[in-house]
Unconditional design. Sequence first.
Lengths: 197, 249
Amino acid sequence: MSQDKSYLLKKLHSLTGIIPLGIFIIWHFIMNSFLLQGAEKFDGAVELLHSVPYLWLLELVIAIGFLFHAAYGLYMVFTARYNLRRYSYKRNWAFVMQRVTAVLILIFLLIHVYLLKFSGLEITFASLTQVFDIGSLTILAIGTLAAMFHFANGISTFLISWGWTVGGKSQKYFGYVSLVIFFVLVLVGVNILRMFG
Amino acid sequence: MPKTVQLKIKRQEVPESQPYWEEFEVPYQKNMNVISALMEIQLKPVNVKGQATTPVVWDCSCLEEVCGACSMIINNKARQACSALVDDLEQPITLEPLTKFPVACDLMVDRQIIFDYLKRAKAWIDVDGYFFSGPGPKVSETTRRFAYDLSRCMSCGCCMEACPNFNEKSAFMGPAIIGQVRLFTLHPTGQTSKDQRLEALGGKGGIGDCGNSQNCIEICPKGLPLRRAIGEMNREVFGYKVKKWLKAD
């Protein structure tokens, strides 16, 4: 076995973006969408979620996946030499946006996870409505947009990097699939935020 | 008043010195290309201010877009100077040396790293014997066509110039290397040393460092099927790595 582990790290980086992070973000949106069924349903869902057995293990897997994805991702952000001004092709835009959103998401998540998990705030519809002003809703909206772009575009590049979509036709087709996933998830996200508006 | 061609050239005297811009105006000729415009400067090295200067240095050889030597940045795009026709270009024509390779002088760069990487990836086919051993295995027409397209790579470095992940901070070997590995792993004789090439692409600066910006596909002057080459090598390298790990003692 060669001593260089960069290929393994790259593959793990790509994989952690889908499992556990991609799966988690969809799960997160489904749980939040209980808001659409009313405050009691939402509060009940939060209570149920907090009583899931081995929750700490799931959280640990997500946390490790996230920390690795973010750390190796930041290294990737800083080892690229951006040239969008010269080569303003569609995929190069996506390449740059994937890295811009990466940094946005990281900043957003530091705030988001601190405030909603570690600050001791009670997670009920009533208490959240109290703390969510227009500023925090805007930050949530920006974070959602960035995360959904990053996830949707990440699916397309995941399929290329793992050798699934090899040709132009399949790459184009899954580009559209990513676009649909992006819009659907953004609508689901907006629908959640609307409940606090 | 005779027609002229305006040129704006990024010049650099020695590898260590600071680059600077110099403008030129040369007489227009029908069907001239960037090389012939540079030759006019060589003939009469006087800049647009009327000052005598040194002739601009550049690299070229075949003049028919097959050798890859005259790569430079022409009006903000990496391409071959020989196939860049003055009539098709917006003026003033800006000429810059490639930015991912060390500048030797003016527009001439040192592309040695491409050949070092080709060697690291074993981008050639070993001789299978020094005596006649009959005809080689048959290759299907579709494979032959794909291989021929890949064989048109001229190591010009345009794909590396346009690739955001090919730079001084990264070990990435670049799209052309992946294309050539695809070519030589398709070849029936080349397949005998396939593992060595996959080992290189699965190692430091290998295919894992591709960031899918796909600028290489857009910029390649020869229109190489790099999308398919990279896609297939992604699959091959992953399969090779998994099988190798499963079989390892």
